[in-house]
Design a protein around this ligand. Structure first.
Ligand code: AMP
Length: 210
């Protein structure tokens, strides 16, 4: 098993690209820290209860809380698999936790999208609460408006996708997550792809870069 970290602002397309690649390649496993946390909140687990407030405010949850979930997923993954790790690490402390775990990080790929485009992208984002497929009303619409192509579930808007919370999430990204770009560049494993070219092109560029 090895790990490819996806870096990029909220709404840069990390989940869309990782989901698309994993759906067509059995050796790729998409692990989203946001999905793990939303699952815990929906189930009402102790971790979910602790995470809920920070998530709704667009803040980061405690490092140990999410790190424990990621450690479990890493421990249960083996064989000829590349894990596409989406949303973790989110700050330098988490990157160090990943290093201390001895996680086999092969590369970190930054999906680069300017903030102006992010606001518009998130405003149109729709998600399937059941199978987690992501859509966008303009850029990636479902075949039937408001309905998931894959499982037929009614699409929803994430609670933290409202414009005020998005602004807070972008501030958190620039302050806490962006320093990871230099961290992985210094390790010599940073790659960058242009995240503004459309889902298929970004996915193709991502595969080449990783
Ligand atoms: P995402 O789906 O990656 O945009 O994550 C949604 C929310 O989950 C974030 O705004 C945070 O509140 C929380 N979250 C996800 N990943 C992490 C992480 N690695 N560290 C702390 N909080 C996280």
């Amino acid at each position: 098993m090895d790990i490819v970290i996806l870096l990029g602002a909220p709404g840069s397309g990390k989940g869309t690209v990782a989901g698309k690649l994993a759906a067509t390649n059995g050796n790729l496993k998409h692990v989203s820290s946001g999905d793990l946390l939303r699952g815990a909140v929906a189930k009402g687990t102790e971790a979910g209860k602790q995470a809920k407030e920070a998530m709704e405010a667009g803040k980061l949850v405690a490092d140990e809380l999410i790190a424990t979930m990621i450690k479990d997923v890493v421990a249960e993954t083996s064989g000829d698999v590349t894990m596409l790790l989406d949303g973790f690490p989110r700050n330098l402390a988490q990157a160090k936790i990943l290093d201390e775990m001895g996680a086999p990080v092969k590369s970190a790929v930054l999906i680069d999208v300017p903030d102006e485009i992010i606001q518009d992208r998130i405003a149109g984002r729709r998600t399937c609460p059941k199978c987690k497929a992501g859509y966008h009303v303009k850029n990636l619409p479902p075949k039937v408006e408001g309905v998931c192509d894959i499982c037929g579930e009614k699409l929803t808007i994430r609670k933290d996708d409202n414009p005020d919370t998005v602004k807070d999430r972008l501030v958190v990204y620039h302050q806490q997550t962006e320093p990871l770009i230099a961290f992985y560049r210094d390790k010599g494993i940073l790659k960058t792809v242009d995240g503004t070219t459309g889902v298929d092109q970004v996915a193709a560029d991502f595969i080449k870069a990783m």
